[in-house]
Design a protein around this ligand. Sequence first.
Ligand code: DX5
Ligand code: ZN
Length: 224
Amino acid sequence: MQDIQIMPSILAADFGALRAGCERAAAAGADQLHVDVMDGVFVPNISFGPEAVRVAAGAVSIPLNVHLMVVNPMPYLEVFAEAGSDTMLVHVESDCDAESALREIRRWGKRAGITINPNTAAERVFALVDEGLVDEVLVMSVEPGFGGQAYMASAEPKLAALRARYAALDLSVDGGINGATVKGAAEHGANLIVAGSYLFGQEDMKASIRELRESAVESRLRKR
Ligand code: DX5
Ligand code: ZN
């Protein structure tokens, strides 16, 4: 079984103290940092660009999981690679050829991820995974754009379909994850857990990361 990993989303950090937010998450035991890049067109919000990725990369030594919510990621893959991304995730709904984007991410020596929105079927990414182009599939459990939204359990059958087909795939879930919702996501196959407002809202992030990890491990085992 794949490792369970917890990825705090720094969208929920204090933007005025971004470096400290990254350091806090790493010190609390985060496995990777999740960085949300939004262009205000693909999603109705604008967040981080490559400079924020550079700040995060300079602050911590854990990997950066960079989620590109932009209309066309192609022209930006190089700059986000150079900024210090370890994984770059594009959306299958983006205005670019997903296969070319995934190949380009690998060409920069990075892990390549593909993301699906709540209204997109899991089957949309099967061919890409079958071709061996994908290191991680991210299933959105909220409409992308904002932190702090409610978890949509409609992500779960999609996680289950992907997990049934790909036992060894890194499968991430993003949106509305907390101590309760993590269980359903992990039980249906997610092994990489993104959590923003829940983790950054905790006084003791270390204890909360440990609890999320324990719940996820237990839920994954129960399902085996
Ligand atoms: C939403 C982002 C998420 C967000 C999750 O568009 O992709 O990564 O930070 O935030 P929470 O965990 O607060 O739902
Ligand atoms: Zn995200």
